[in-house]
Design a protein around this ligand. Structure first.
Ligand code: ADP
Ligand code: MG
Length: 285
Protein backbone atom coordinates (compact mmCIF):
# COMPACT_ATOMS: atom_id res chain seq x y z
CA UNK A 1 0.00 0.00 0.00
CA UNK A 2 1.29 3.45 -0.87
CA UNK A 3 2.07 5.49 2.19
CA UNK A 4 0.43 8.89 2.51
CA UNK A 5 2.68 11.79 1.56
CA UNK A 6 4.14 13.59 4.58
CA UNK A 7 2.73 16.96 5.63
CA UNK A 8 6.19 18.25 6.57
CA UNK A 9 9.70 17.25 5.57
CA UNK A 10 12.72 18.72 7.31
CA UNK A 11 15.95 18.18 5.41
CA UNK A 12 19.17 18.90 7.28
CA UNK A 13 17.67 21.85 9.16
CA UNK A 14 20.19 23.76 11.23
CA UNK A 15 20.28 26.97 13.20
CA UNK A 16 23.27 28.93 14.47
CA UNK A 17 23.03 31.69 17.03
CA UNK A 18 25.79 34.21 17.53
CA UNK A 19 27.16 33.69 21.01
CA UNK A 20 30.14 35.91 21.92
CA UNK A 21 30.52 36.68 18.22
CA UNK A 22 30.93 33.00 17.35
CA UNK A 23 28.25 30.84 15.71
CA UNK A 24 26.74 28.39 18.19
CA UNK A 25 24.79 25.54 16.55
CA UNK A 26 21.53 25.32 18.53
CA UNK A 27 20.32 22.89 15.83
CA UNK A 28 22.92 20.89 13.94
CA UNK A 29 21.25 18.98 11.12
CA UNK A 30 17.75 17.71 11.71
CA UNK A 31 16.03 15.54 9.11
CA UNK A 32 12.51 14.34 9.82
CA UNK A 33 9.18 13.77 8.15
CA UNK A 34 5.79 14.29 9.79
CA UNK A 35 2.51 12.71 8.64
CA UNK A 36 -0.78 14.55 8.02
CA UNK A 37 -2.34 13.28 11.23
CA UNK A 38 -1.21 11.95 14.57
CA UNK A 39 0.42 12.91 17.83
CA UNK A 40 4.21 13.30 17.77
CA UNK A 41 6.11 14.24 20.94
CA UNK A 42 9.60 15.71 21.05
CA UNK A 43 11.49 15.11 24.28
CA UNK A 44 14.89 16.32 25.38
CA UNK A 45 16.74 18.19 28.10
CA UNK A 46 16.47 21.94 28.47
CA UNK A 47 18.61 23.77 25.90
CA UNK A 48 18.78 20.89 23.40
CA UNK A 49 17.04 22.92 20.68
CA UNK A 50 13.37 21.86 20.92
CA UNK A 51 11.94 25.38 20.84
CA UNK A 52 14.35 26.40 18.09
CA UNK A 53 13.15 23.46 15.99
CA UNK A 54 9.46 24.14 16.64
CA UNK A 55 9.86 27.85 15.84
CA UNK A 56 11.49 27.05 12.51
CA UNK A 57 8.78 24.53 11.63
CA UNK A 58 6.16 27.14 12.62
CA UNK A 59 7.71 29.88 10.49
CA UNK A 60 8.45 32.00 13.58
CA UNK A 61 12.19 31.76 12.95
CA UNK A 62 14.35 30.98 9.92
CA UNK A 63 16.84 28.13 9.60
CA UNK A 64 20.52 28.86 8.95
CA UNK A 65 20.71 25.84 6.66
CA UNK A 66 18.61 22.99 5.31
CA UNK A 67 15.11 22.97 3.91
CA UNK A 68 11.55 22.85 5.23
CA UNK A 69 9.08 21.29 2.79
CA UNK A 70 5.32 21.70 3.32
CA UNK A 71 3.04 19.40 1.32
CA UNK A 72 5.85 18.72 -1.15
CA UNK A 73 6.65 22.41 -1.66
CA UNK A 74 9.87 23.97 -0.49
CA UNK A 75 9.63 27.03 1.75
CA UNK A 76 13.09 28.18 0.61
CA UNK A 77 11.69 30.91 -1.55
CA UNK A 78 8.69 31.87 0.62
CA UNK A 79 8.23 35.60 0.81
CA UNK A 80 6.96 37.29 3.96
CA UNK A 81 3.36 37.03 2.78
CA UNK A 82 3.76 33.27 2.12
CA UNK A 83 5.02 32.83 5.68
CA UNK A 84 2.07 34.88 6.97
CA UNK A 85 -0.36 32.71 5.02
CA UNK A 86 1.38 29.54 6.22
CA UNK A 87 1.16 30.60 9.87
CA UNK A 88 -2.35 32.04 9.68
CA UNK A 89 -4.05 29.36 7.60
CA UNK A 90 -2.27 26.10 8.31
CA UNK A 91 -0.97 26.38 11.86
CA UNK A 92 -2.18 26.59 15.43
CA UNK A 93 0.26 27.44 18.22
CA UNK A 94 0.11 26.60 21.93
CA UNK A 95 2.75 27.98 24.30
CA UNK A 96 3.72 27.25 27.91
CA UNK A 97 2.70 30.73 29.07
CA UNK A 98 -0.60 30.70 27.09
CA UNK A 99 0.15 34.04 25.29
CA UNK A 100 -3.42 35.27 25.72
CA UNK A 101 -4.15 38.99 25.47
CA UNK A 102 -5.15 40.04 29.01
CA UNK A 103 -7.42 42.89 27.94
CA UNK A 104 -9.52 40.70 25.66
CA UNK A 105 -12.13 38.10 26.67
CA UNK A 106 -11.65 34.37 26.10
CA UNK A 107 -13.95 34.63 23.08
CA UNK A 108 -12.04 37.60 21.60
CA UNK A 109 -8.75 35.75 22.13
CA UNK A 110 -10.07 32.73 20.27
CA UNK A 111 -11.45 34.97 17.52
CA UNK A 112 -8.15 36.77 16.92
CA UNK A 113 -6.47 34.28 14.54
CA UNK A 114 -9.76 33.92 12.65
CA UNK A 115 -9.78 37.69 12.22
CA UNK A 116 -6.20 37.56 10.92
CA UNK A 117 -7.09 34.84 8.44
CA UNK A 118 -9.91 37.00 7.08
CA UNK A 119 -12.96 35.01 8.25
CA UNK A 120 -16.26 36.92 8.10
CA UNK A 121 -17.38 38.31 11.51
CA UNK A 122 -20.58 36.24 11.77
CA UNK A 123 -18.74 32.98 11.03
CA UNK A 124 -15.89 34.02 13.30
CA UNK A 125 -17.95 34.26 16.45
CA UNK A 126 -19.65 30.96 15.73
CA UNK A 127 -16.35 29.18 15.07
CA UNK A 128 -14.78 30.64 18.23
CA UNK A 129 -17.75 29.60 20.39
CA UNK A 130 -17.66 26.13 18.85
CA UNK A 131 -13.93 25.85 19.66
CA UNK A 132 -14.55 26.96 23.26
CA UNK A 133 -17.33 24.39 23.51
CA UNK A 134 -14.95 21.68 22.32
CA UNK A 135 -12.55 22.43 25.17
CA UNK A 136 -15.49 22.56 27.61
CA UNK A 137 -15.25 26.29 28.30
CA UNK A 138 -18.19 27.91 26.55
CA UNK A 139 -19.40 29.34 29.85
CA UNK A 140 -16.22 31.41 30.39
CA UNK A 141 -16.31 33.00 26.92
CA UNK A 142 -16.95 36.47 28.40
CA UNK A 143 -14.19 36.25 31.01
CA UNK A 144 -10.73 37.76 30.73
CA UNK A 145 -7.59 35.66 31.33
CA UNK A 146 -7.02 37.03 34.87
CA UNK A 147 -10.41 35.57 35.87
CA UNK A 148 -9.36 32.06 34.74
CA UNK A 149 -7.15 29.33 36.22
CA UNK A 150 -3.92 28.26 34.49
CA UNK A 151 -5.61 25.11 33.17
CA UNK A 152 -8.54 27.13 31.83
CA UNK A 153 -6.20 29.65 30.17
CA UNK A 154 -4.36 26.84 28.41
CA UNK A 155 -7.67 25.35 27.26
CA UNK A 156 -8.63 28.76 25.83
CA UNK A 157 -5.23 28.81 24.08
CA UNK A 158 -5.98 25.36 22.64
CA UNK A 159 -9.40 26.56 21.46
CA UNK A 160 -7.62 29.51 19.80
CA UNK A 161 -5.17 27.12 18.12
CA UNK A 162 -7.95 24.80 16.88
CA UNK A 163 -10.66 27.31 15.93
CA UNK A 164 -9.31 27.84 12.41
CA UNK A 165 -9.20 24.06 11.78
CA UNK A 166 -5.41 24.01 11.28
CA UNK A 167 -3.51 21.23 9.55
CA UNK A 168 -0.70 21.42 12.10
CA UNK A 169 -0.75 22.23 15.82
CA UNK A 170 2.59 23.09 17.43
CA UNK A 171 2.62 22.99 21.24
CA UNK A 172 5.74 24.08 23.13
CA UNK A 173 5.70 22.78 26.73
CA UNK A 174 1.95 23.47 27.04
CA UNK A 175 1.74 21.62 30.37
CA UNK A 176 4.96 23.09 31.79
CA UNK A 177 3.10 25.39 34.19
CA UNK A 178 0.13 23.15 34.96
CA UNK A 179 -0.80 20.68 37.72
CA UNK A 180 -1.11 17.03 36.76
CA UNK A 181 -4.90 17.04 36.36
CA UNK A 182 -4.88 20.04 34.03
CA UNK A 183 -1.93 18.50 32.16
CA UNK A 184 -3.98 15.37 31.49
CA UNK A 185 -6.92 17.46 30.22
CA UNK A 186 -4.62 19.46 27.91
CA UNK A 187 -2.91 16.30 26.59
CA UNK A 188 -6.35 14.70 26.06
CA UNK A 189 -7.54 17.70 24.01
CA UNK A 190 -4.39 17.60 21.88
CA UNK A 191 -4.86 13.85 21.42
CA UNK A 192 -8.41 14.41 20.18
CA UNK A 193 -7.17 17.11 17.78
CA UNK A 194 -4.54 14.69 16.46
CA UNK A 195 -7.31 12.52 14.98
CA UNK A 196 -7.81 15.18 12.30
CA UNK A 197 -4.48 17.03 12.13
CA UNK A 198 -0.79 16.76 12.95
CA UNK A 199 0.04 17.64 16.56
CA UNK A 200 3.69 18.18 17.48
CA UNK A 201 4.17 18.43 21.24
CA UNK A 202 7.42 19.50 22.88
CA UNK A 203 7.51 18.41 26.50
CA UNK A 204 9.65 17.50 29.47
CA UNK A 205 6.98 15.15 30.72
CA UNK A 206 8.02 11.76 29.35
CA UNK A 207 5.29 9.82 31.18
CA UNK A 208 2.59 12.06 29.68
CA UNK A 209 4.18 11.84 26.21
CA UNK A 210 4.25 8.04 26.43
CA UNK A 211 0.58 7.86 27.39
CA UNK A 212 -0.72 10.14 24.65
CA UNK A 213 1.67 10.13 21.67
CA UNK A 214 1.83 7.88 18.63
CA UNK A 215 5.52 8.62 18.18
CA UNK A 216 8.35 9.88 20.39
CA UNK A 217 11.39 11.71 19.08
CA UNK A 218 14.28 12.41 21.43
CA UNK A 219 16.76 15.26 21.00
CA UNK A 220 20.12 16.03 22.57
CA UNK A 221 22.55 18.86 21.79
CA UNK A 222 20.71 20.02 18.68
CA UNK A 223 20.33 16.56 17.16
CA UNK A 224 17.77 13.77 16.95
CA UNK A 225 19.02 10.81 18.99
CA UNK A 226 16.01 8.51 18.68
CA UNK A 227 12.70 8.24 16.85
CA UNK A 228 10.13 5.55 17.73
CA UNK A 229 8.43 5.58 14.31
CA UNK A 230 10.51 7.37 11.67
CA UNK A 231 8.81 8.25 8.38
CA UNK A 232 10.97 7.87 5.30
CA UNK A 233 12.18 11.17 3.91
CA UNK A 234 11.68 10.78 0.23
CA UNK A 235 10.86 12.76 -2.87
CA UNK A 236 12.31 15.98 -4.08
CA UNK A 237 10.51 19.21 -3.46
CA UNK A 238 8.41 20.74 -6.23
CA UNK A 239 8.99 24.18 -7.61
CA UNK A 240 8.20 26.57 -4.79
CA UNK A 241 4.84 28.24 -5.16
CA UNK A 242 2.92 31.00 -3.45
CA UNK A 243 0.97 30.22 -0.31
CA UNK A 244 -1.82 32.64 -1.22
CA UNK A 245 -2.70 35.58 0.92
CA UNK A 246 -4.39 36.10 4.21
CA UNK A 247 -6.67 39.00 4.63
CA UNK A 248 -8.09 41.09 7.39
CA UNK A 249 -10.95 43.16 6.03
CA UNK A 250 -10.64 46.93 6.42
CA UNK A 251 -13.67 46.96 8.70
CA UNK A 252 -12.22 44.20 10.92
CA UNK A 253 -8.89 46.05 11.10
CA UNK A 254 -10.57 49.32 12.12
CA UNK A 255 -12.77 47.57 14.69
CA UNK A 256 -9.81 45.80 16.23
CA UNK A 257 -7.79 49.02 16.35
CA UNK A 258 -10.66 50.82 18.12
CA UNK A 259 -10.94 47.96 20.61
CA UNK A 260 -7.20 48.26 21.34
CA UNK A 261 -7.44 52.04 21.74
CA UNK A 262 -10.25 51.60 24.28
CA UNK A 263 -8.48 48.75 26.13
CA UNK A 264 -5.13 50.54 26.22
CA UNK A 265 -6.32 54.15 26.57
CA UNK A 266 -3.38 55.05 28.86
CA UNK A 267 -0.81 54.00 26.32
CA UNK A 268 -2.78 55.64 23.50
CA UNK A 269 -2.80 58.98 25.40
CA UNK A 270 0.96 58.85 26.03
CA UNK A 271 1.70 57.94 22.39
CA UNK A 272 -0.65 60.68 21.07
CA UNK A 273 0.90 63.24 23.41
CA UNK A 274 4.48 62.29 22.42
CA UNK A 275 3.54 62.38 18.72
CA UNK A 276 2.04 65.89 19.17
CA UNK A 277 5.27 67.11 20.81
CA UNK A 278 7.27 65.59 17.93
CA UNK A 279 5.08 67.17 15.24
CA UNK A 280 5.06 70.60 16.95
CA UNK A 281 8.87 70.31 17.39
CA UNK A 282 9.37 69.62 13.69
CA UNK A 283 7.01 72.51 12.86
CA UNK A 284 8.94 74.95 15.05
CA UNK A 285 12.26 73.92 13.47
P1 ADP B 1 14.97 24.01 24.45
O1 ADP B 1 13.68 24.53 23.95
O2 ADP B 1 15.24 22.58 24.12
O3 ADP B 1 15.14 24.26 25.92
P2 ADP B 1 16.13 26.13 22.84
O4 ADP B 1 15.74 25.78 21.46
O5 ADP B 1 15.36 27.21 23.50
O6 ADP B 1 16.17 24.83 23.74
O7 ADP B 1 17.66 26.57 22.84
C1 ADP B 1 18.68 25.78 22.25
C2 ADP B 1 20.03 26.43 22.49
O8 ADP B 1 20.10 27.65 21.77
C3 ADP B 1 20.29 26.80 23.94
O9 ADP B 1 21.66 26.58 24.23
C4 ADP B 1 19.95 28.25 24.01
O10 ADP B 1 20.71 28.90 25.01
C5 ADP B 1 20.36 28.73 22.62
N1 ADP B 1 19.55 29.85 22.17
C6 ADP B 1 18.20 29.86 21.99
N2 ADP B 1 17.77 31.05 21.53
C7 ADP B 1 18.89 31.84 21.42
C8 ADP B 1 19.14 33.18 20.98
N3 ADP B 1 18.13 33.96 20.55
N4 ADP B 1 20.41 33.63 21.00
C9 ADP B 1 21.44 32.83 21.39
N5 ADP B 1 21.28 31.55 21.80
C10 ADP B 1 20.04 31.05 21.82
MG1 MG C 1 12.07 25.39 24.96
Amino acid sequence: MEREKPRLILKGLGKDYDVNKKPFPALKSVSLAFPKKGFVSILGPSGCGKTTLLNIVGGLDRASRGELIVDGRSTSSYKDRDWDAYRNKRLGFVFQNYNLLDYQTALQNVELPLLLSGMAPSKRKQAALEALREVGLEEVSGKKPNELSGGQMQRVAIARALAGKPEIVLADEPTGALDSRSSEIVAGLLKKASERCLVVLVTHNEALARRYSDRIIKMEDGEIVSDSDPLPIEGESFVPSEEGRTAMSLFAAIKNSCRNVVAKWGRTLVVSFSSCIGIVGVGLV
